[in-house]
Design a protein. Structure first.
Length: 135
């Protein structure tokens, strides 16, 4: 991105530090909002998002419980996520990502990608590992 936009200032920051600014894009991935808490994440987005700014988050879904989070990440229902974002005045879209697929080990990449994309576009939020939330 820096090569394509050399005059643009890119900042790599820790969302937990709750810096106040006006950013065009807030990107939080790897379950950041699960670790700092949904309410604190929504407040941080509101404090830092420019008027016409956008946010994108990839968070753990309510049914995904990998061993590596060791209870440190909070899990929320899709309704809790949507309600919190609406409460904070953050219009959004939410899609499921990374669904378990029977026989996926025998599928070619293109076939598996097609199945995953179809499930994602269906709007299904159950049984996936992650939710992609943007607004």
């Amino acid at each position: 991105a820096r090569e394509n936009y050399p005059d643009y200032e890119f900042l790599n920051m820790d969302i937990a530090n709750q810096k106040v600014g006006e950013f065009d894009l807030i990107l939080s991935i790897f379950g950041q909002c699960n670790y700092i808490g949904l309410e604190d994440w929504a407040k941080t987005v509101n404090l830092n998002l420019a008027d016409r700014g956008r946010f994108l988050s990839v968070m753990y879904s309510s049914g995904y419980k990998p061993d590596y989070i060791n209870g440190e990440a909070k899990l929320y229902t899709a309704d809790e996520v949507s309600s919190c974002l609406i409460e904070h005045g953050l219009p959004h879209t939410m899609l499921g990502l990374s669904f378990p697929v029977m026989g996926d080990g025998a599928m070619e990449f293109v076939q598996l990608h097609t199945v995953q994309e179809m499930m994602m576009r269906s709007g299904q939020l159950d049984d996936c590992h992650y939710w992609v939330v943007w607004g």
